[in-house]
Design a protein. Sequence first.
Length: 125
Amino acid sequence: MTDSVFVRGLEFEGNHGYTAAERRGTRRFRVNLTLEFPLKAASASDKLVDTIDYWRVSEVVVQIGTKSTFKLLEALAGAIAAKIHEIYPNTRVIIELEKLAPPCPGVPAACGVRLVIPAPPGDGV
């Protein structure tokens, strides 16, 4: 198993949806992140600089989710993953993004996507 830092159940309200009607109003979204990154240095140093700051990652997710608008969940998840890669380039990002109570037949509790964005080659992860 690979070392990882995770954030589970992060929620925000945003204006995302394929139709203009969905984008006019806000909906709730939930994000689960797993960021695979070697944690050996942090486990020895006890320094934030040697790990992934989950407070900062949470801030990025909420900022993108609330300040931007996307039609597709895939595009929103991709934008979040891209920003995390900017901050932590040698990290494998696994993001699960759910739209809570989407306007679908059968009234599902949530619908969503899962993206796996690999770390660049040769990083040791």
